[in-house]
Design a binder for this molecule. Structure first.
Ligand code: FES
Length: 118
């Protein structure tokens, strides 16, 4: 048996599906999107890159694949290759209304993210 959502409840459901990156089908089922979208800003460019990746992909690997390295200067060569030790792969991630300094090799992309490269 179906039900009809209106007003505030519909808005809450809409916001929930956007936050969790799920899709609401006409049948009423919720399915998890297999892809997430990354909005990547670079300090040298005003145009952000929008990249669609598989859910759970590693952010450092995505950046390197897209030729958007998280490293600066000679850190492109001298780094721990994603083992989480050196801290040279830091990027800014926008979450909960604030920018957070995080190691890109330690981030799995499970939801849409906004990222600022240093
Ligand atoms: S690559 Fe060394 S901490 Fe991420």
């Amino acid at each position: 048996m179906g039900f009809i959502l209106k007003g505030q409840r519909l808005t809450e459901l809409w916001n929930f599906t956007r936050r969790r990156n799920v899709q609401l089908l006409d049948s009423g089922e919720m399915v998890l999107n297999s892809k997430v979208t990354l909005l990547i800003r670079r300090s040298q460019s005003n145009e952000p890159n929008v990249v669609e990746v598989e859910r759970g992909e590693n952010l450092r690997q995505v950046l390197l694949r897209e030729s958007l390295t998280p490293y600066q200067g000679n850190k492109k060569i001298f780094n721990c290759r994603g083992m989480g030790i050196c801290g040279t792969c830091k990027v800014l991630v926008f979450e909960n209304g604030e920018w957070w300094d995080k190691r890109s090799c330690q981030i799995q992309c499970f939801k849409n993210l906004e990222i600022q490269l240093k």
